[in-house]
Design a protein around this ligand. Sequence first.
Ligand code: AMP
Length: 361
Amino acid sequence: MRIGIIGAGQLGQMLALAGFPLALGFRFLDSSPDAPGARVAPIVTGAFDDLASLRALAAEVDLVTYEFENVPVSALQEMAATRPCFPPVEALRVSQDRVLEKELFGRLGIPTPPFRTVDSRVELEAAVAAIGLPCVLKTRRLGYDGRGQRVLRRRADVAAAWEALGAAPLILEGFVAFDREVSIVGARSTTGETRAYPIVTNTHRAGILRVTVAPTRDARLQRAAEDHLRRVMDHFGYVGVLTLEFFVERGRLVANEMAPRVHNSGHWSIEGAVTSQFENHLRAILGLPLGDTSPVGHSAMVNFIGTMPERGRVLAIPGVHLHDYGKAPRPGRKLGHGTVVARTAAERDAVLRRLLRLIPR
Ligand code: AMP
C-alpha cells in the first residue's frame, strides 16, 4: 500500500515516519525538491495545481491525503476523481475560508467570536461600529501563523489595517480577551469510528504556536470540545485527523478555527500518547482500528522558530525528544520542535523551563 501526501513539509515527513512500521510506502507532491519529506520518501516535484504533477502522483499511489490547507480545492477534486482522497474535499474548502468556517460553526451550535465579512472600506467602518473595539481584521483566505491579520485597538488603526489588508476579501472578528487557548485533535476512520485526544493548552507568540502543554485536565471543557469535534466530523462524514482551535473565555470554549489535517498542537502525541496523531491519521484513512489516544505522562512541546538551538544542548536535557526538520533558518519559520514527557506535571514543568532557556525569549 502506497500513500500520496500533498505537501512534503514536516507534517508530511512525520506522517511517513509513522507509517513505516505499518509497512506503508509514501510519495510526496511538493514544489520544492528538498522539502523535509525528501529525506524519507521520493517527491514528485511540481506545483499543487499542476495537473501533470497531480496525475504523476496519482499514478504511483493507492490513496491520497494532504498535510496543509492551502492545496487548491480543484486540485484535490482532480485527485479524488481517480484515487480515494481524505480528508474530504468539502472540509478543505470550508477550512480555507474563515467566513465559511465560522458560518458552519454557527450552524452546528459551536460558539465563535462575533464576525462580519468585509469587502470595502465602507463595510469595514460598519463592521467596526457593529462589533466594537478592540477587534481583529483578517484575510478570509491563506492566512496562517498570524499572517494576514491586524488587531484594531483604536479608531486610528482602521485606516492602516485597511491599507495593509484591504486588497483581499476580509473578515472582522471581535477580539476575544481569552484566559487561554486550547485545541483538540481527533480522528474519524472510514468505518465511522472516532477517537479524541485530550485537550491541550497552546501559547502563541506573534500568532505562531510556541508551546503546547498536554494534557489539560478539565472534564467539562474536554466534553464540550469533543462534542464540537464530533459535530464537525459528522457534518463532513469526515475521515482522517481533524483539529479544532478554541479560545477559553470566562470558562467557555469559543471556536477560532479548524484544520483538516494533523496539527502542530498534536506533535506531543508522538512520544506523549499511546498512539500518535500521525499514526491515527493513517489508520483512519486506511479504515484500520484507531489507536489509543491516552497520554502516557505529562508532555510539553516547544517549537523552534527562526533558529535551531544547539542540538547537543537540547539532547543533554533528560526527557527531551528532539525533532529537527532540517530546514534552512528564516525568521518566523518552524525549524523543529522538542517534546518533554515526564511522570508528573511538576517534573514536566521543570524540564520545560530548561528547554525554554535554550530558545530566544
Ligand atoms: P489564527 O491565525 O486565527 O489562528 O490566529 C493566530 C493567533 O492570533 C491566535 O491563536 C490568537 O492567539 C490570536 N487571535 C486570533 N484571532 C483572535 C481574536 N478574535 N481575538 C483574540 N486573539 C486572536
